[in-house]
Design a protein around this ligand. Structure first.
Ligand code: FES
Length: 131
């Protein structure tokens, strides 16, 4: 098994159509499902909020799309931002606003909301370093 070659942009690639593409998992599973789902944890409201705010703020070439399951259900609600490939766990409008202001506008990271950082921090707290 291999990870394959690193995916870097080639000079032959066309320019990015969107400057930023935000995928919000809106998958919904039946209540009581073992894996849960992002929609059951509020992701549909997060998506609607982000879409409305991006329009309101006039952010150009930023697209927010509803995604199906991104396969990190237990850690959700998940959003994934390309081209950076950064995952966030966003559970409220306030957290969504922080991602808009810090990541999409300022070009920084909302570090404490980053999904992988949250997983590392929670496993650090429990003393469990396996990932
Ligand atoms: S339900 Fe959202 S990642 Fe699977």
């Amino acid at each position: 098994m291999t990870d394959g070659a690193p995916l870097l942009r080639s000079p032959d690639d066309p320019p990015l159509f969107y400057r930023v593409h935000v995928f919000v998992c809106c998958n919904r599973r039946p209540e009581g499902h073992a894996r849960g789902s992002c929609a059951a944890k509020g992701s549909e409201d997060v998506r609607a909020y982000m879409k409305a705010r991006i329009k309101e703020l006039g952010l150009e070439r930023v697209r927010v799309n509803q995604a199906g399951c991104l396969d990190r259900c237990e850690a959700g609600p998940c959003i994934l931002i390309y081209p950076e490939g950064v995952w966030y766990r966003i559970g409220s409008r306030e957290e969504a606003e922080r991602v808009i202001q810090e990541h999409l506008i300022a070009g920084r990271r909302a570090i404490d909301l980053m999904l992988d950082r949250k997983l590392v921090m929670s496993s650090d707290a429990s003393g469990d370093t396996d990932r």
